[in-house]
Design a protein around this ligand. Structure first.
Ligand SMILES: Cc1cc2nc3c(=O)[nH]c(=O)nc-3n(C[C@H](O)[C@H](O)[C@H](O)COP(=O)(O)O)c2cc1C
Length: 324
């Protein structure tokens, strides 16, 4: 992995490497940092509800006040169905030093999409144009979007939407190559990413169905995208960001990663909360150990970080020493 510039978002240079997909409840500052340390080139905050920002909700505080220097460049992702709310939220968020604002035009969760936010915006291109007009007027930092291909198979308006975003000042586009109706199931349509890439001059990031190093390379080749974005595969294999598959990772490295991640989480959350939030990472990363129910109960019964780490170490050592 080199540090050479791969593309720019407006005037923000982005180096070689994969892009960390925004994932609510997963890509917090601690995990983002760990993925940057593996070689990720770019990341986003978890999506931020503009209304939480306007009402100073605790969710807004949690997602925005914890951004470490090493996470830059970072985009703050905002969602709402009201362009004015998005601009007003941006005016508060800009004080937390985002490198760019990203508009969520892809969230498929009913409580978001059904009120016309997230993927719901795909049904209202004029509103997307208004959001980009207002945001590019209000801010000097780049404004980008993450979209899906359309609401459903019958309304795949991705070419219209991506052109419109570019025309109204969008500086980069990330494409999750599924429709809203597909949710997270089914095959992502990489050919659509290629169509979008060929029709735009701003950078295009491809996303969906990438779980292995071979798939990173395939997506790159088949779509010509400027960078590949990884979502769910980051959980079981954060080493994908250093272009390594999970089976190439030693137990020592697995332990070092978890130890470092927990350390960062302990800096960010009260100890009990950190230990609970840490569980999902341990569960995913230690999946190859095929822990049984009793092992998991024992593992997650610990209330002190050193004991938890000691048990993880034992689990990894035991596996190393057991005949295979
Ligand atoms: C738990 C979870 C939370 C997500 N949260 C967000 C979000 O906050 N903003 C967003 O644009 N996409 C969100 N996504 C979608 C991912 O960014 C990504 O587009 C999707 O998972 C497809 O990529 P993948 O196949 O690599 O996982 C989320 C996905 C998951 C699984």
């Amino acid at each position: 992995m080199t540090n050479s510039i791969r593309f720019s978002i407006g005037n923000i240079p982005v180096g070689e490497g994969l892009v960390v997909a925004p994932m609510d409840g997963i890509t917090d500052s601690a995990f983002r940092c760990m993925l940057r340390r593996q070689g990720a080139a770019l990341c986003y905050t978890e999506f931020i509800n503009a209304r939480d920002v306007l009402h100073d909700s605790v969710f807004f505080t949690r997602k925005t006040t914890r951004v470490r220097d090493e996470e830059h460049p970072i985009g703050f992702q905002i969602y709402d169905n009201d362009p004015l709310n998005i601009v007003e939220a941006g005016k508060k968020l800009v004080h937390y030093r985002p490198d760019f604002f990203d508009i969520n035009i892809g969230c498929s969760v009913a409580r978001v999409a059904n009120r016309g936010a997230g993927a719901g915006l795909l049904l209202d291109p004029a509103k997307i144009a208004e959001i980009f007009d207002r945001m590019t007027d209000a801010f000097t930092i780049p404004i980008t979007a993450k979209i899906r291909l359309g609401w459903n198979a019958a309304s795949q308006n991705y070419l219209e939407i991506s052109q419109l975003i570019q025309e109204h000042g969008g500086a980069m586009l990330a494409v999750h190559a599924r429709t809203k109706e597909q949710g997270f199931e089914g095959k992502a349509n990489w050919a659509a990413i290629r169509e979008i890439k060929e029709s735009l001059h701003i950078p295009v990031i491809g996303n969906g169905n990438v779980n292995t190093v071979a798939e990173v390379q395939s997506m790159q080749q088949l779509t010509g995208c400027d960078a590949v974005m990884i979502g769910r595969a980051a959980l079981p294999n954060p080493w994908l960001f250093s272009l390594r598959d999970r089976d190439a990772i030693s137990n020592e490295e697995v332990f070092a990663f978890l130890q470092e991640l927990l350390q960062l989480m302990l800096e960010d959350y009260p100890e009990d909360a950190a230990l609970i939030l840490f569980r999902k990472f341990v569960n995913h990363i230690l999946k190859p150990l095929k822990m049984d129910r009793d092992q998991k109960i024992h593992l997650f019964s610990h209330t002190q970080p050193p004991e938890l780490l000691h048990t993880i170490q034992n689990l990894l050592d035991l596996r190393q020493n057991s005949p295979s």
